[in-house]
Design a protein. Structure first.
Length: 76
């Protein structure tokens, strides 16, 4: 998703959450970060848009990176 961060790493609210969620519907990844301030917008999404997707509200860039680049264990 698109968004803005401050120089101190805080995630700012964005507009167009519905449109962004609709546009990403066909991607392979099912986890998506969303500014915590936009959490109310997620509640307004139709069930067919939210189906199979997990939106993770974030406050900081560090949280965004944990969603976008999850740590996995060493290869076996």
């Amino acid at each position: 998703m698109t968004g803005e961060i401050t120089l101190s790493g805080l995630v700012l609210p964005v507009g167009g959450i519905r449109e962004k969620a609709l546009a990403r519907g066909g991607t392979a990844s099912r986890n998506s970060s969303c500014p915590h301030a936009n959490e109310a917008d997620l509640a307004e999404l139709p069930p067919e848009v939210k189906d199979g997707m997990k939106f993770i509200p974030v406050h900081t860039l560090e949280e965004v990176l944990k969603v976008a680049l999850p740590r996995e264990g060493p290869p076996s």
